[in-house]
Design a binder for this molecule. Structure first.
Ligand code: SF4
Length: 365
């Protein structure tokens, strides 16, 4: 950093900016105000991982209205939590959220511990969340580093080594600026700077409280940072989803295994999802939830992208006479209007939408 800005100056400048420009978010208290409830901080930080603020706000408010304390969340059935979480993605987080609430309720008397180390010992709390809760809810000096903060540090110090290899260095640099006072406000201020001023494209350097000391700005390379190693292309997996209805219009759903992708969530039954060419009809039908159904392909393909792969699902529709029989221990029939109350992950909501539209535009099942 140029001599025009020493670390204590940097923190003071940023905090002065934050006092005027802090985003008002439902889990925050105003700058300089009392520390927010650790439960709200933790809940928001878990929800915000991999998701935008705008997407999180309605979920956060619904969770708070239904479970206003960590004890009430701990007492809730996991299925209810998964239903409320449906659509936020990364469902292992919802399961860990519930586990963590139980651990806080049972092992800590319903109060979150106040140190990074003790927080990290809780289920689903990694380095980032532990630092965020320790700093924001308890005022501990902790260096909170997310993608926004990495970008700001890479630019401020003109770090040209690419991510993810430069992560440790960016954290070290961020730590050199973290002040001993107002740690919670400072952590949120850096995040806000990255989210609103030092944005990935076209950073608003003229509005930035750190412009005088920013090396990347002075060197004219801000927009090109942080550099990133090229990621390998994601593979494509394919599967076939079975949209099976009975005479009364109910649909067959099942629960996914507890372990693995979308663990414990509800799904439209499907073949395994595998890389390679589209499924041949006979191969796919070997995985159908009931034998002897006249399956009809529906138009189009449902596409969804997960962290490590793209998914393409063909959808076939079938009708079973009478009230549908029990297909398997984890299968159950659900009336169409009740699907909104199911813990259907986003990919399965896409399947439902495609199936309903596909069936409506054709005769037969
Ligand atoms: Fe980011 Fe520009 Fe501020 Fe540097 S001066 S930290 S590039 S917004």
């Amino acid at each position: 950093m140029p001599p025009s800005m020493v670390p204590s100056d940097a923190a003071a400048r940023l905090l002065a900016w934050y006092d005027r420009h802090a985003r008002r978010l439902p889990w925050r208290t105003p700058p300089g105000g009392p520390a927010p409830d650790p439960y709200r901080v933790w809940l928001s930080e878990v929800m915000l991982q991999q998701t935008t603020v705008a997407a999180v706000i309605p979920y956060f408010e619904r969770f708070l209205a239904r479970w206003p304390t960590v004890d009430s969340l701990a007492a809730a059935p996991l299925d209810d939590v998964l239903v409320e979480w449906a659509g936020l993605g990364y469902y292992a987080r919802a399961r860990n959220l519930h586990k963590c609430a139980r651990a806080v309720a049972e092992q800590h008397g319903g109060r979150f511990p106040d140190s990074e180390d003790a927080l990290r010992a809780l289920p689903g709390i990694g380095a980032y969340t532990a630092a965020a809760v320790a700093a924001i809810a308890f005022g501990r000096r902790a260096t909170v580093v997310d993608g926004n903060v990495e970008r700001v540090m890479a630019r401020l110090f003109a770090v040209i080594d690419p991510l993810p290899g430069s992560k440790a260095e960016l954290k070290r640099l961020a730590d050199t600026l973290t002040p001993a006072d107002r740690c919670g406000d400072y952590a949120q201020a850096v995040m806000d700077l990255g989210a609103t001023i030092c944005t990935p494209r076209s950073p608003s350097c003229l509005a930035c409280p750190w412009q005088a000391g920013c090396r990347a700005r002075l060197e004219g390379i801000a927009e090109s940072l942080p550099r990133k190693e090229r990621k390998a292309d994601k593979p494509v997996r394919r599967g076939v989803a079975f949209w099976l209805r009975d005479d009364s219009g109910r649909v067959l759903l099942r629960r996914r295994p507890e372990d693995g992708l979308l663990g414990g969530m509800t799904e439209v039954p499907s073949t395994p999802w595998r890389e390679g060419p589209p499924w041949l009809p006979d191969d796919a039908l070997a995985h159908a939830p009931l034998p002897g159904i006249g399956w009809q392909p529906l138009p189009g393909v449902v596409r969804h992208t997960f962290t490590h792969f793209h998914l393409e699902l063909a959808v076939v529709a079938g009708l079973t006479p009478g009230a549908g029989p029990q297909a398997s221990a984890d299968g159950r029939w659900v009336a169409l209007p009740a699907l909104g109350g199911e813990a259907l992950p986003t990919v399965m909501r896409k399947v439902v939408t495609a199936a309903v539209a596909g069936v409506a535009t054709r005769r037969g099942p």
